[in-house]
Structure formats: C-alpha cells, structure tokens
Design a binder for this molecule. Sequence first.
Ligand code: T46
Length: 135
Amino acid sequence: KLEEVKILEIPKIEDKKGRGNLSVIEKDCIPFSVKRVYYLYDVPSNAYRGGHAHKNLYQFLIALSGSFDVVLDDGNQKTKITLNKPNKGLLIPNGIWRELENFSSGSVCLVLASEEYDESDYIRNYKEFVLVKRG
Ligand code: T46
C-alpha cells in the first residue's frame, strides 16, 4: 500500500565549528536490518532506473547528492516524490512498483536494502505486478 511508503528523517549533526554536517543511520532509524548497500551514479538526465517491484525486499533510498524523482505505484494509486536532501530518505516496502527518473547532474542515489541481491524477488512485468496486487 502506498500509505506505507514514507519519508524518514535521518538525524543530522551540524558541526558547531563550521565543519559541515554528518548524518547517521543506525538502529531504530529504519525498520529493517541492512544486508546490502548499493548506489546509482553517473545516471544521464534522460535515463530512468527501476521499473519493477519486489516481492519481499524493503529499501531505503537517499539522494546523497543532487536530486531525482521516484514514481511509486501500489497497483491502484500512483505518487511522485522528489528526493533532494541527504538527511531525508524514502522507505519503500515490498509490493511497490518504482521508477526513478529526472536525475540531476552529479546526483547519487544510495540504497540500503533488507536482503541480499536476488533476481527471483523482482517483478519486472507491470501487468504481472497488477495481477498480483489485485489478486
Ligand atoms: C531498485 C532500484 C532503486 C546486482 O548484481 N546486484 C545488485 O545488488 C543490484 C541492485 C543489481 N545488480 C545487477 C542486476 C542487473 O544486471 O545490476 C544490474 C542492474 O540492475 P537493475 O536493472 O535492477 O537496476 P535498477 O537501477 O533499475 O534498479 C535498482 C535495484 O535493482 C532495485 O531494487 O529498487 O535500483
């Protein structure tokens, strides 16, 4: 369900001596243990990534640098969220179709994932996704 997609605040430690910011993700910040970390970078502005859903995987996406849009779809409703802050992340639970687009130049998308990579966890066909969701 789209209501389970959430923007979560990542604690930010602003340096008192003007040395910039530090953000940290540890227990209780996200509702799963991280088993895998990957990142998308050097993505051309006209490219899109994603275009699939996951059967079990939970993910947490952060725009470490720059910005990009995430289009989310639960089979009934769609929404678009722009990520552009390193101290806010997007929690995407299982069963949500996602497409990432409109990457700004130099943007980096960091992804924390609840499981190791498993191609059999992907639903890459939209019609199949809708059928699964609507039963
Ligand atoms: C998602 C979005 C945000 C691996 O070998 N290991 C990995 O951990 C990942 C994520 C991918 N791969 C291989 C599988 C493909 O041959 O890398 C290639 C590109 O993967 P994909 O086409 O799935 O990439 P994106 O950017 O469309 O999707 C990825 C994640 O797969 C997906 O879970 O939500 O980023």
